[in-house]
Ligand binder design. Structure first.
Ligand SMILES: [Zn+2]
Length: 359
């Protein structure tokens, strides 16, 4: 299943590039605004890139492609000659990149291999490294082992001791701490761009009138009231969170906005046409492309602005790649960038930009 998921993801990006006017909500795309001739087709934020921006605050990264484990970063890359992604390790102090699996006798092609057995959803929780493979896996010494869930789990997140898992039929399950028995919280949950925090699940759903709607619902089992949907924002183009604010762009305009986690106190940010967003403790990083350029998706600039909005936006660098994903490493002076199935690393001020060569 791992390969299919990875290539489905690539396909999503390719669809963005090659479809001039197709609107396919089922495939996760929609058009931005009414002025269709000047607006690109945008990808709805995929589950695998929603909450990464949160990881350095809560050290959780459901759906994540990269995970900070302290002295090193774990990330997925495609080795030469391989047919999909495998797990690599970046040593923060030396800059060395190695396969995560250190077994010299291993061919890195079996479920016993720590690099091969997982393909997404890297998460650090309670000092343990989790990932998604044949089910929810946890790192035990040099190997990932099945801890919870079934092979129908498509994404998961720990919060407050609980494990929440989405299955491929849209069921949200919860596992109480230390328990192997599952509780169904909700069935038929649309999409699964979810994030769980403070007893709520944030998620997107489609509605004919309001387009993509960001809502939250209680997942607090103690109160047993899972049916309290609370609509937060309509016509959402994409959203991100740093756990303090929800950042979002409406497809009614191009302005980036943010609000509290309950949807209140909406504030406009001095940022337009941002289609990638990430955070560290001090800055909002955003990627903007020139919409008047037909090669827009390869013509983006990376900027940052202080979270308290003091000072102007600061140009970091131009990125010659399509739909980059930006990972500012918390408490370290570097950015990881993923674009066109390659990884790059640079200082947060844009210096020392270099491609990561995977062994
Ligand atoms: Zn191996």
């Amino acid at each position: 299943m791992r390969r299919y998921i990875f290539y489905a993801f690539i396909l999503l990006h390719l669809c963005v590039l090659f479809s001039a006017c197709g609107i396919d909500k089922a495939n996760g795309f929609f058009e931005n605004g009414n002025e269709t001739n000047r607006n690109p087709i945008l990808p709805v934020t995929n589950r695998i890139d929603i909450p990464y921006s949160y990881q350095y605050l809560l050290t959780g990264i459901p759906g994540g492609w990269i995970c900070d484990i302290g002295n090193a970063l774990l990330f997925f890359g495609e080795s030469r000659g391989s047919t999909g992604v495998i797990l690599y390790e970046y040593d923060k102090s030396t800059g060395n990149v190695e396969l995560f699996c250190k077994d010299a006798a291993c061919q890195h092609n079996s479920e016993r291999c720590a690099s091969f057995s997982i393909y997404g959803n890297l998460e650090l929780f309670d000092g343990e490294v989790y990932g998604l493979g044949s089910s929810v896996l946890k790192l035990n010494k040099d190997r990932f082992e099945n801890v919870r869930g079934t092979n129908t789990v498509t994404s998961f997140q720990h919060y407050n001791g609980m494990l929440y898992a989405f299955t491929n039929d849209g069921t949200l399950l919860a596992y109480l701490k230390g328990s192997a028995s599952e509780t169904i919280i909700r069935e038929s949950v649309p999409i699964s761009n979810f994030w769980i925090q403070n007893g709520y699940m944030y998620n997107l759903k489609v509605d004919d009138v309001n387009g993509y709607v960001l809502y939250r619902m209680s997942v607090n089992m103690a109160y047993n009231k899972y049916d309290t949907d609370e609509i937060i924002i309509t016509h959402v183009d994409f959203y991100r969170t740093d756990g303090i604010h929800i950042y979002y762009k409406s497809n009614n305009d191009f302005q980036l906005k943010r609000c509290d986690m309950n949807g209140h106190n909406v504030e406009e940010l001095p940022i337009e046409h941002a289609y990638r967003l990430a955070f560290d403790d001090k800055y909002i990083y955003f990627w903007i492309f020139n919409i008047n350029d037909t090669t827009y998706s390869e013509n983006g600039n990376l900027y940052r602005v202080a979270k308290d909005l003091s000072g102007d936006s600061e140009f970091i660098t131009k990125l010659y790649g399509r739909w980059p994903d930006i990972y500012p490493i918390y408490q370290s002076d570097f950015l990881f960038i993923s674009m066109d199935q390659e990884w790059y690393i640079m200082s947060k001020n844009g210096e020392n930009f270099q491609k990561i060569i995977l062994p």
